[in-house]
Design a protein around this ligand. Structure first.
Ligand code: DQA
Length: 146
């Protein structure tokens, strides 16, 4: 099974970016952790991180007919991007939305997501481990569907 992991703006700075909110693991650390888990689950992972909305949209379009499932942390675009929402709906690939922090325990503007109502599930507040849970859930979902 082919899983695309998408990370949005500023997540390239994980490790040093507000570590009290986002933890001390780098995005590279998270990728390694997920690759280990993926090899155990028989999943093939593709990763993309970008600070540019258009690059994320292009990656979602490219996933059409290529990815079975998307795990996405849209970062700040969660709260702003109709275009990314439309892209993920257009390709019709099931997805889980992940946030490292508990967005509901922060500023009010983080409570609204353009993705949550169409997501298979939303995981927030569990830090980097949230991505691992998302991968496990994605594989369980794909097994059930096949
Ligand atoms: C985030 C939460 C967003 O509100 C924020 O803009 C981010 C990261 C998270 O993973 O907790 O950049 O998606």
């Amino acid at each position: 099974k082919q899983i695309l992991v998408i990370n949005g703006p500023n997540l390239n700075l994980l490790g040093t970016r507000e570590p009290e909110v986002y933890g001390t693991m780098t995005l590279q650390d998270i990728e390694s952790m997920l690759r280990t888990e993926a090899s155990q689950l028989g999943a093939t992972l593709d990763f993309i991180q970008s600070n540019a909305e258009h690059a994320l949209i292009e990656a979602i379009h490219a996933a059409r007919n290529a990815a079975d499932f998307i795990i996405i942390n849209p970062a700040a675009f969660t709260h702003t991007s109709v275009a990314l929402r439309d892209a993920i709906l257009a390709v019709n690939i099931p997805f889980i939305e992940v946030h490292l922090s508990n967005v509901h325990a922060r500023e009010p503007f983080r409570r609204h997501s353009y993705f949550s109502d169409c997501a298979q599930a939303v995981i927030c507040g569990l830090g980097a481990q949230g991505y691992v849970y998302a991968l496990q859930a994605a594989m369980a979902h794909l097994k059930k569907a096949s």
